[in-house]
Design a protein around this ligand. Structure first.
Ligand code: NAD
Length: 340
């Protein structure tokens, strides 16, 4: 790969064009909760941009979408600065790319901590939207969307209407103050029932569970949010000082005990072959899960290794998202006119 080349005019023009398109799609997806194109079409544009910037690094300025966590803060909500930054995830689209990623991260982890065998935390990638919960003395004090990763939107009143989110943690031993991140979603069964009710009332059904969840959480009026069947599973920690743990999977066990909703689908494995088994297994039964997924997330389970591997401006270096190939969606509801 030539990296020092000045980009020729067509490359610059294509770069400008891709940036403009990606920005417009992000605006529709994150601000309006109403995407203009499918996720795989968006992913293809983003991948093309990444490849172009790998070829001509000078194009990868700080304001490129490849350097930012997508999503801005709508003026409709009060801004909240997260105690620790929220990130996106690096995507891979083939098993070969995934193996290469895991081998590289595994080698880096081994170099940092030769005495700790690398264990991989495999999870399903929930197709919803991220929410950051802050607990102080066991009490929920704030809920905020991811926004641009640094600043999110205050949706505390809306989050308080979600039954899965405890307002007071159970048990004891929680850190005095900590952030826990998770994904808000609408379960497939609830989504179908909700849409059937809308159709019976002669109303237009919602297009898909992800956008319905995002639109529902980002309502101005919490009473409207309360009417939507929102759920949540936690999938990470934010600022979490005084958390007496060494692995993320261990944090989940503690959080489960405190009444936080932990996904039933995660598993810690020790080899790349076992990661592949997890992917194959969940690929086959992806429609049997209670919610939509758009891939699998594989994380280094050890928290000190996570900390040392660190982050780029957009993604952690200790986690990766494997995206399943796009599939045709056939549901009973999609046979009728669906308003996008
Ligand atoms: P992402 O959705 O690919 O990955 C990051 C997010 O995954 C995290 O913020 C977290 O909220 C979520 N997540 C779900 N399960 C998780 C788990 N188990 N562990 C950790 N995180 C988990 O990245 P992104 O930056 O939020 O957005 C890109 C996604 O949004 C892509 O899938 C893209 O296709 C879609 N998108 C689509 C359009 C469109 O126009 N269709 C526009 C923008 C983005």
């Amino acid at each position: 790969v030539e990296t020092t080349n000045a980009p020729p005019a067509p490359a610059r023009e294509r770069h400008d064009e891709l940036v403009e398109k990606i920005r417009a799609h992000r605006e529709a997806y994150y601000q309006q909760d109403a995407p203009l194109v499918s996720d795989s079409e968006y992913d293809a544009l983003f991948q093309e941009l990444e490849l172009l910037e790998a070829r001509y690094p000078i194009l990868a300025g700080q304001d490129s979408p490849t350097q930012e966590v997508g999503g801005e803060v709508s003026a409709a909500f009060a801004p909240v600065t997260h105690a620790s930054r929220m990130y996106s995830l690096e995507d891979v689209f083939s098993l070969e790319e995934l193996d290469a990623w895991l081998e590289r991260a595994g080698a880096n982890a081994n170099r940092l901590h030769p005495q700790i065998p690398v264990r991989w935390l495999c999870e399903v990638k929930i197709d919803g939207l991220a929410l950051n919960l802050t607990y102080r003395d066991g009490k929920l004090v704030r809920a905020a969307t991811r926004g641009d990763g640094t600043t999110g939107e205050d949706v505390t009143h809306n989050a308080l209407t979600i039954a899965d989110i405890p307002q007071q943690l159970a048990g004891s031993g929680w850190p005095a103050e900590f952030e826990v991140r998770g994904e808000v979603f609408i379960a497939t069964e609830d989504f179908n029932a909700y849409n059937e009710a809308l159709i019976e009332q002669g109303k237009a059904p919602l297009a898909n569970p992800r956008n319905a969840a995002a639109g529902s959480l980002r309502q101005k009026d919490p009473e409207q949010t309360a009417k939507r069947p929102l759920r949540m599973f936690v999938h990470g920690l934010g600022r979490s000082r005084d958390f007496p743990i060494t692995e993320q999977s261990q944090a989940y066990e503690l959080m489960r005990g405190w009444g936080l909703p932990v996904s039933p689908y995660g598993r810690v494995v020790e080899s790349l072959a076992q990661v592949r088994d997890f992917i194959a297994e969940h690929g086959e039964k992806r429609h049997e899960l209670i919610h939509d997924i758009d891939g699998i997330v594989v994380k280094v389970d050890d928290l000190s290794t996570q900390e040392q591997l660190g982050y780029t401006s957009r993604v952690p270096r200790w986690a990766v998202a494997y995206k399943y190939p796009p599939e045709e969606v056939h549901t009973k509801l999609l046979d009728i006119q669906v308003q996008v």
